[in-house]
Structures are given as structure tokens and as C-alpha cells.
Design a protein around this ligand. Structure first.
Ligand SMILES: [Zn+2]
Ligand SMILES: [Zn+2]
Ligand SMILES: [Zn+2]
Length: 472
């Protein structure tokens, strides 16, 4: 891809380049203003001018960054000011590879010659700090063209002096951003609560006293290291927690990022030493749609990137896509919690309504049951009073019947009281009719009593069921 850019600019005439600059006259004025330190809005979080007065540039795209790493891609002058581009020391880790355990007798020059036979866009090559064992060391090589980088990587190794040397992708070890005021991580200067600028060595107020030779004592753990030293137990813990989160949510990483997980940040027995962003250049458009709300077209084309305006707010913002992703994730989670809360409240309200309904139902059922019980009791009383009348009547009838039998016996002897016998028989038969009527009334009462107790039983059952369903 870098070759394409080179062609675009090498084919450009000086006149074309000048006109490109003329069209961007305003931005150049702003750049010069920044260079002269006249911009009152300059924010110390984003230092656009370094100690030497050099202008610092930030690139949003890896491709643009790599493109700007080539000093040939800059004009010699901008608005009558000579431009002297200072290229960065390293390319992004996506353009870096590691040659592992290269024997010390193979020189950097040998390796460079070998690589130059295969590719054209070597940017930098160096021994990795702290990797030299006395016999061998790791070499980091940086290649501008991503196609050539992929090509080398797919070979898996290099053959130098009959040695096969393993070639791996370079994994950037995750760096933390420290607050430039209190030297803690997790926030930036703008959101810092400390009242003064703290010294990284002693943790005291930098504006008082001499802090060139003050006592080195970390303000967190009181050990003998700088506040921003990765040796600090608090920083190790913070970085570990951060990496664990990223490992579980690799979609929060910007596209094409691969992070190295230092051994102190891995779980016991965990062999995987990297976190890989799930988003590759192939679906970067979808990623941008999702996270930036912008549509970008691939493959990367320098013409599609006009110079951005250096608006005060815009220019002070570093595009920390990871942070953006995290914030979006937090916001999404918050929305989800709000939704769950609402659902929960609805459920509670439904339960209350059902409870009230059931209570009303139970109340009406119980009042019906109690009025029925009252009626039932009246019936029972009536039954008893009928029986109370019936029993003396029955006994009187029996007495009469006894008398009749006696009379009948006497009649057999005297035979002159047929009239009295007739009256007695009449009385007995009317008593029998009356008894029959009472008996019928008793049976009816019993039936209605039976019905009532049935209904009552059903109502009580209903009440119990309704209480049970309420408990669900
Ligand atoms: Zn702070
Ligand atoms: Zn100090
Ligand atoms: Zn410490």
C-alpha cells in the first residue's frame, strides 16, 4: 500500500504540491501559530509542541501514519517556512516483526542484506532491549508495506548462513496512560482531583523545593521506584485487571490491534500471550459505522483524507478508540440495567395488581360464605324446631293408639262405644297426615342444607386456589 502512496506523490509535479499547500493555507497558518506557542487553548494533555519547539503530529490511521513516516512525502516548505520532518523511531506494531534467538555472530548487516533480497520497504531494524542472552538476541524489524510484512510473516522464518531463524509477529506490550498531574493511571490531567503537580520521584508538590535529586519513593507503595514505574505492585494489579477485561471483551480494542500479555498479567497455566482485536481491516467499515458513526471506504486512499480543520476542540482530542469503546460499553450496560429496572418495576406493579384483585375476590367469597352460613344455621334451627314439634306429636299419637287398643279390647266385651272408637281413628289418621307433612318439610330442609354446604365447600376451595395462584 505504501508503494501506492509513493507513486501518488512522486507523480505529482512541484506545482501540484504547491497548489495543495495553497488550498490549505488556513491550516498552515494555524500550524505555524501552534509552532510559535501563540495558541492559548493549548492543552497539556495533548502536547502538540514538544520541548524543542517541534510540532507533533497525530495520525488517526495506521496507513496515514506509515505514509507520514516517509520524509519524501512532505513538501520542502509550507507557507515560506522550511519543513524538516523528523520521522518517528518506530512504525506501529502491526508493521513490526520479531526474529527470535538470532545467534550473536549473525550481524544486523547480514540480516538486512537477507531481508533486502526479499522486500523493498524495510524501515528500521534493531536489537530488542534486554533480549540478549550472551549467545543470541531478538531482533525487531519494521516494514512499511503491509503486503510485504504479511509476505515475510507467512514464510515463518528467514534463512541466514544456513540458520533458520524463527519470525513472529511483534506484539506491543500494553502501555498505560498516566495522569501528568498525580502520576496515577485511570484518568487524565483534565479529570484529576489533585491540587498540585506531583513529583514522580517523591510524590510531593513539584512547585516547591528541588526535585532533581529528591528521594525516590513511590506515593502508592512507598517502595524505591518512580510513581510511573511498571514495577509498582499497584500498577501491575491495575494493568492485570485491565488486560483481563480486554481479554474477555476483545471487541473493545481498535481494529487490527494485537496486545502482548506480559507473564505477570496472565492467569496461572494460561498459555495465550496475546489479545487480538476481533475487527480486521476487512470489516473495518462496519466497525467505523458502529463506533464513529462515519463511513470510511477501503482500501485506504490518501485522496479520501482531506486535511482536517484544526478547530480548537477537535485539535485537542486524541482519538482514544479504546476509551471510546469502553465508554460505549459502559453506556450500553447502563441502558440495559435501566431497561431491566423498568421491566422489574412493571413486574412488581403486575404482582400488586394481581394481589389486590385476589384479595377483593377472597373478600367477596368470604362474605358470601358467611351469609350462607347464617342462612344455613337458620335452616338447621328450623329443622330442630320441626323435630321438636314432631317428637311430642308422635309420642301423643302413640299414647292415643295405646288407648285405642285398650278400648278395642273393652269393646270386645261391651260393644257400645263404637262412636268414640270412630273419633279416635279419625284423630289418628289426621295425626298421621300431619306427621307426613312435617316429615316432607324435614326432607326439603335437609336437601337445601346439603346444597348449601356443597356450595360453601366449592367457594372455600376457590378461595384457597386463588390464594395459591397468588403465590406464584
Ligand atoms: Zn491525576
Ligand atoms: Zn520530588
Ligand atoms: Zn509503587
Amino acid at each position: 500500500m505504501a508503494n501506492t502512496f509513493n507513486n501518488q506523490y512522486t507523480n505529482m509535479t512541484i506545482k501540484d504540491k504547491d497548489s495543495l499547500c495553497d488550498h490549505n493555507h488556513e491550516i498552515i497558518q494555524e500550524l505555524i501559530q501552534l509552532r510559535n506557542g501563540n495558541d492559548s487553548s493549548s492543552n497539556q494533555d495533548v502536547q502538540k509542541v514538544n520541548k524543542n519547539g517541534d510540532l507533533l503530529c497525530f495520525a488517526k490511521n495506521i496507513e496515514l501514519f506509515v505514509h507520514l513516516c516517509d520524509v519524501n512525502n512532505y513538501p520542502k516548505t509550507l507557507a515560506q517556512i522550511d519543513i524538516l520532518p523528523i520521522r518517528p523511531k518506530h512504525l506501529p506494531s502491526q508493521h513490526s516483526l520479531i526474529l527470535k534467538f538470532v545467534p550473536n555472530y549473525i550481524t544486523l548487516e547480514d540480516i538486512q542484506n537477507e531481508i533486502n533480497l526479499k522486500i523493498n520497504t524495510l524501515f528500521n531494524m534493531e536489537e530488542m532491549n534486554g533480549s540478549n542472552t550472551g549467545k543470541s538476541r531478538h531482533i525487531r524489524i519494521e516494514i512499511k508495506s503491509s503486503t510485504e510484512c504479511d509476505k515475510l510473516l507467512s514464510n515463518g522464518g528467514l534463512t541466514i548462513d544456513d540458520h533458520i531463524i524463527e519470525l513472529n509477529e511483534f506484539l506491543a506490550s500494553p502501555q498505560l496512560l498516566f495522569c501528568s498531574k498525580c502520576n496515577d493511571s485511570g484518568h487524565v490531567r483534565k479529570h484529576c482531583n489533585l491540587q498540585y503537580d506531583a513529583c514522580r520521584r517523591c510524590g510531593e508538590d513539584k512547585s516547591t523545593g528541588n526535585h532533581n535529586e529528591c528521594n525516590i519513593c513511590c506515593h502508592r507503595c512507598k517502595q524505591n521506584h518512580l510513581a510511573t514505574d511498571y514495577k509498582c505492585q499497584f500498577i501491575i494489579g491495575y494493568r492485570r485487571a485491565l488486560l483481563q477485561t480486554l481479554k474477555q471483551k476483545p471487541h473493545l480494542l481498535p481494529p487490527n490491534v494485537k496486545l502482548f500479555i506480559p507473564s505477570e498479567c496472565r492467569d496461572d497455566g494460561d498459555k495465550s500471550n496475546k489479545i487480538v482485536s476481533k475487527i480486521s481491516t476487512k470489516n473495518i467499515t462496519a466497525y467505523n459505522d458502529k463506533y464513529n458513526g462515519q463511513v470510511k471506504h477501503l482500501p485506504f486512499n490518501i485522496n479520501s483524507h482531506s486535511w482536517p480543520s484544526l478547530g480548537k476542540h477537535q485539535s485537542n482530542t486524541i482519538d482514544l478508540t479504546t476509551d471510546d469503546g469502553l465508554w460505549k460499553e459502559i453506556k450500553n450496560n447502563q441502558n440495559e440495567i435501566e431497561k431491566l429496572k423498568e421491566e422489574f418495576n412493571n413486574k412488581i406493579q403486575q404482582c400488586h395488581n394481581r394481589y389486590d384483585d385476589n384479595i377483593k375476590k377472597i373478600k367477596s367469597i368470604l362474605s358470601i360464605v358467611s351469609s350462607q352460613t347464617k342462612y344455613q344455621n337458620e335452616n338447621v334451627t328450623r329443622c330442630y324446631s320441626i323435630l321438636n314439634k314432631f317428637i311430642p306429636l308422635l309420642s301423643a299419637t302413640l299414647i292415643l293408639f295405646q288407648k285405642l287398643t285398650e278400648n278395642y279390647n273393652e269393646q270386645n266385651k261391651m260393644n257400645d262405644n263404637s262412636n268414640e272408637t270412630h273419633q279416635l281413628i279419625q284423630y289418628i289418621s289426621s295425626s298421621i297426615v300431619y306427621m307426613k307433612e312435617r316429615n316432607d318439610a324435614l326432607i326439603t330442609s335437609q336437601k337445601s342444607l346439603h346444597n348449601l354446604s356443597d356450595q360453601q365447600g366449592q367457594l372455600l376451595l376457590q378461595a384457597v386456589n386463588s390464594l395459591e395462584s397468588n403465590h406464584e
